[in-house]
Unconditional design. Structure first.
Length: 464
C-alpha cells in the first residue's frame, strides 16, 4: 500500500490548482492529510471544493501566495517561466515538481491502471473508477473531468487500485509504472510537442516500457495507430498484450453495439463466451471505451461478469456528451471534442440519437497550432451536422499564429457541403441558436474551451 503522503509533499503549493489534472492531485493529497495550498486565475467550483477539503486557494498569481514553509511547488506544462510564484520558489529554494511526478508519487505501492490515447482517456478512466467503486474495491483515481455520479475528478480510496488518466501531450505519461496500461488510439496531435508520428510512437513505446514486469497492455485492435504500436511492442517479453475491438482477431471482440437512444447495448466475446451489458452514453466509440475498461479490469483479476454489470452504473462525465437540459422541445448537449476524430465520433453518435431530428452544432476551435494542422479535418467533421455555428479560436496557453483563424475550418466545412455560420461574439450565440432551433432538434456545444458556458445560456434563451 502507498504511504499516506509522499515524501516532500506534506505542504505542497499548486500553481494553477483549479486545472483538471492539478486539482485531482491536490484533492487526493488533501484527503491523505497534506496541508494543501495553491492559486488559480479565477474563482471556480473546483476552488470551492478544494477549500471544503481544507486547502488554501488564492485567486490570482502573486509571490506572496507561496508560504515560506511550503515543501514543494507543483506545476503543469501550462505554467509559464515568468510566473511570480515560480520565481518566489526559486528565491526560497523550494523544489519544483511537475504534475506528472506528483501523480506518480501518489501511485507508489498501488496497482496502477494508466489510461492513454489521443482521445477517450477521461471517459475510460471514469468508467473504471465507477465500476471498481460499485464493486466495493474503493479505488483511488485521478481523472481529467468530473464524474456525473460522484461529481469529482479525483479521490483517495482505501483499496489497492489506482486508476489514472495518463497524458501523452507533454510526454508526462512516461513517469508512471502501471500494472495495466490502456492505449485507446494513437494519432498525430499536440503539434507543439510532436513533429511527426514517429515521435509519437517513440513516446508511447517509452510509456509502455515502464509497465511493471508481467503487466498488461490493453490496446485497440481496430485503430491504425494502435495496431502499429502493437506491432512495435510485441517483442517486449515482459508485457502481456490484450487487444480489443471489432477485428476478428481481437482478444476481446466487440460483437455488436446496439444504439438505444442516448445509451448503447454492447455484446462482447471474451474467452469464447458472449457477454452483454449497457453503456449509459451513446455512440460506438464510448462502447469501445467501456470494452477497454472491461479488459483492463479482467487483467487485474476481476471477474468479467461482475465488471460488465458494474460498468452499467457509469452515467457519464461532464462535457462528454453531457445533457445540459431541454427547453421548448430542444435538447442541449455538451461535448469536449476538439480533435477531428473526437468530433466525428461524437457527431456520429448524436446523428444516431437525433434520428429524424436536426443536429445543430456550436463549435469553438481549441488552440491555434491544432487549427493550423487540422482545421481542414475539423471542417469536414462539421459536415455531419445539419447546421453549425463556428466561434473564434480559443487560445488557451498559445499566442496567435499569423493567418490562423476559424476561417480555415469554415472554408473547409463549406467545401464539404456543410451549412456554417461564423460568429465572432460568443455572447450572441444564444440568440443565433434560438433563431435556428425548432422542437425536436438537438443542439451540441463542442470544444475544449469556454464554449461549455453557452449551454445554460442557450436553454435560458430558448425558454424565453
Amino acid at each position: 500500500m502507498a504511504s499516506a503522503i509522499p515524501t516532500a509533499m506534506e505542504r505542497p503549493h499548486f500553481i494553477g490548482i483549479g486545472g483538471a489534472g492539478m486539482s485531482g492531485i491536490a484533492k487526493i493529497l488533501a484527503q491523505r492529510g497534506a496541508k494543501v495550498a495553491g492559486s488559480d486565475a479565477k474563482e471556480s467550483a473546483t476552488a470551492q471544493a478544494l477549500r471544503a477539503l481544507g486547502a488554501t486557494v488564492h485567486i490570482g498569481h502573486a509571490a506572496g501566495h507561496l508560504a515560506d514553509d511550503a515543501t514543494c511547488v507543483v506545476v503543469s506544462s501550462a505554467i509559464r517561466a515568468d510566473n511570480p510564484e515560480l520565481a518566489r520558489a526559486a528565491e526560497l529554494s523550494v523544489p519544483v515538481v511537475h504534475r506528472s511526478d506528483a501523480l506518480a508519487s501518489l501511485m507508489g505501492g498501488l496497482r496502477a491502471i494508466a489510461v492513454a490515447g489521443t482521445h477517450g482517456k477521461t471517459t475510460t478512466t471514469s468508467m473504471l473508477a465507477v465500476a471498481l467503486t460499485e464493486l466495493g474495491l474503493d479505488p483511488s483515481y485521478a481523472i481529467g473531468g468530473d464524474l456525473e455520479g460522484p461529481g469529482t475528478n479525483a479521490r483517495h480510496g482505501e483499496g489497492d487500485i489506482f486508476v489514472a488518466e495518463a497524458d501523452e501531450s507533454d510526454r508526462s505519461f512516461q513517469k508512471y509504472d502501471p500494472e495495466v496500461a490502456i492505449v485507446l488510439n494513437v494519432e498525430l496531435d499536440h503539434h507543439a510537442n510532436y513533429a511527426s508520428m514517429d515521435e509519437i510512437y517513440d513516446s508511447f513505446e517509452t510509456f509502455l516500457g515502464k509497465v511493471v514486469p508481467g503487466g498488461t497492455l490493453v490496446i485497440a485492435a481496430d485503430q491504425p495507430g494502435a495496431v502499429e504500436l502493437t506491432r512495435r511492442v510485441r517483442d517486449l517479453s515482459s508485457l502481456k498484450v490484450v487487444t480489443y475491438g471489432e477485428s476478428q482477431t481481437a482478444d476481446v471482440r466487440v460483437h455488436k453495439v446496439t444504439p438505444r437512444g442516448l445509451t448503447s447495448e454492447v455484446t462482447v466475446v471474451l474467452n469464447g463466451k458472449y457477454l452483454t451489458f449497457t453503456v449509459s452514453v451513446p455512440g460506438r466509440h464510448y462502447a469501445h471505451n467501456a470494452v477497454a475498461a472491461l479488459a483492463a479490469g479482467v487483467a487485474l483479476g476481476i471477474p468479467a461478469h461482475n465488471l460488465a454489470s458494474a460498468l452499467g452504473k457509469y452515467t457519464g462525465v461532464k462535457r462528454r456528451l453531457q445533457l445540459k437540459g431541454e427547453a421548448k422541445g430542444v435538447q442541449v448537449i455538451d461535448s469536449y471534442a476538439h480533435h477531428p476524430t473526437e468530433m466525428t465520433a461524437d457527431l456520429e453518435a448524436m446523428r444516431g440519437a437525433a434520428s429524424d431530428s436536426r443536429l445543430l452544432v456550436v463549435f469553438q476551435p481549441h488552440l491555434f497550432s491544432r487549427t493550423q494542422e487540422l482545421g481542414k479535418e475539423m471542417g469536414q467533421a462539421l459536415a455531419l451536422a445539419d447546421s453549425s455555428v463556428v466561434l473564434d479560436i480559443y487560445p488557451a496557453r498559445e499566442d496567435p499564429l499569423p493567418g490562423v483563424t476559424s476561417a480555415l475550418i469554415i472554408d473547409a466545412a463549406k467545401t464539404a457541403g456543410a451549412q456554417v455560420t461564423a460568429v465572432h461574439d460568443k455572447d450572441t450565440v444564444p440568440d443565433v441558436i434560438a433563431g435556428m432551433a425548432a422542437p425536436g432538434d438537438l443542439v451540441l456545444t463542442m470544444g475544449a474551451g469556454d464554449v461549455t458556458d453557452l449551454g445554460p445560456a442557450i436553454l435560458a434563451r430558448l425558454s424565453n
